[in-house]
Design a protein around this ligand. Structure first.
Ligand code: TTP
Ligand code: MG
Length: 357
């Protein structure tokens, strides 16, 4: 599907990703016996509340923030699991590091949710999304739902459209039809209290809401009224606020066959240095530290680093340093993995700034 050629005039450069039943899916992944069963993650005691439930448990009417005792009534055969926050945070980091492999402009909204700005990427949005979903599935076994559109509001609406494991594209020509029938609670900024205010005057869906003037909405909700007026017309100018800077960029691979042949290892290091240099240049970044990591067939990991006074991203310097680092490592058995990473990064834009300073 070539979206750029389709009727829409506005570029589809905003993606919203949201992991499906995140904590519960991590539990299922870590314990395959849970597969297919209703899984409810939440406080151990009956006084606790449900943090999340997988889609199987949701069929019984169990949902986030429901008291555990009620969830037990609704779904007596459910598997109730206490939360393991550290594990979820680790998996979240893994997922985000996959996202950063594809895109630099990321706004992390929560542990399992992010907006991506793909306007600088020369690939069809759907192609990027398929690649991300595939890699996340391969590395973590988890599914995510993805919305593609031309602003944040519509991208988030889209990611929620076909949950779980969904992909939904909202193009400009789908507006206003797609918005008209939606319940007002789908509009970011309309919480339960605002919804009640609107219900009281007979407003239930966006079609009703579109009848109200901007002035009236401002009177009702203050400044937020202006935003609501725009959102329901498909307008949202919020930028992606990148919440994290990339800390390192690297190339790492496990070999099909472990080896301790120096020529073969040097061959790999040459290839990886080339790839790393290409990635750094592509992203306009340079690094001051090069790290070589090797893992042997006993899974022992050794790393060596070198930090320079200057920032580099060219192949020959990276390759030379990586070879120096290889010589510092004592190799006693066959190697199964090599990684080369550049850290202490600086973007070329910053470099230009410092030149002007
Ligand atoms: P959500 O993305 O809202 O929910 P979810 O990923 O479990 O399910 P889905 O997106 O498929 O609808 O939240 C992400 C995680 O955040 C969720 O797994 C558990 C946690 N969470 C809470 O701790 N408290 C809450 O009230 C909610 C809603 C989620
Ligand atoms: Mg989620």
């Amino acid at each position: 599907m070539n979206l750029q050629d389709s009727k829409n005039r506005t570029k589809l450069n905003i993606i919203h990703v949201d992991m499906d039943a995140f904590y519960a899916s991590v539990e299922e992944q870590d314990n395959p016996r849970l597969k297919g069963l209703p899984v409810i993650v939440g406080g151990l005691s009956n006084h606790g509340i449900v943090t999340t439930a997988n889609y199987e448990a949701r069929k019984y009417g169990v949902h986030s923030a429901m008291p555990i005792f009620m969830a037990k009534k609704k779904c007596p055969k459910g598997c109730f699991i206490p939360p393991r926050m550290k594990r979820y945070r680790d998996v979240s980091k893994e997922v985000f590091s996959i996202l950063y492999d594809f895109i630099d402009l990321i706004e992390q909204v929560s542990i399992d949710e992010a907006y991506l700005d793909i306007s600088k990427i020369a690939m069809e949005p759907i192609e990027i999304v398929m690649k991300i979903k595939e890699k996340v599935m391969l590395n973590t076994g988890l599914t995510m739902s993805v919305g593609i559109s031309y602003n944040k509001f519509l991208a988030k609406l889209a990611s929620d459209w076909n949950k779980p494991n969904g992909i939904k594209v909202i193009t400009e020509d789908m507006i206003p039809e797609i918005l008209l029938p939606l319940h007002i609670r789908k509009v970011h900024g309309i919480g339960p209290k605002s919804a009640k205010k609107l219900n009281d005057i007979g407003i239930y869906n966006i079609k009703d809401l579109l009848e109200l003037s901007e002035d009236f909405l401002i009177e009702l909700f203050g400044k937020a009224g202006m935003e609501i007026y725009s959102r329901i017309r498909g307008i949202d100018y919020r930028k992606i606020n990148t919440t994290r800077e990339r800390k390192s960029l690297g190339v790492e691979r496990t070999f099909q066959e472990a080896t301790n042949d120096r020529t073969t290892l040097v061959g790999y290091i040459e290839k990886f240095s080339e790839e790393l240099s290409y990635d750094l240049k592509n992203k306009g970044i340079q690094g001051r530290t090069i790290t070589l990591k090797i893992k042997d067939e006993n899974f022992t990991v050794q790393t060596r680093s070198k930090t320079l006074n200057e920032y580099i991203n060219n192949f020959s310097q990276i390759f030379d340093i990586a070879l120096e680092l290889l010589d510092e490592i004592e190799i006693n058995c066959k190697i199964r993995l090599i990684g080369i990473t550049s850290s202490n990064l600086m973007t070329s834009e910053l470099e230009q700034l410092s030149l002007f300073d």
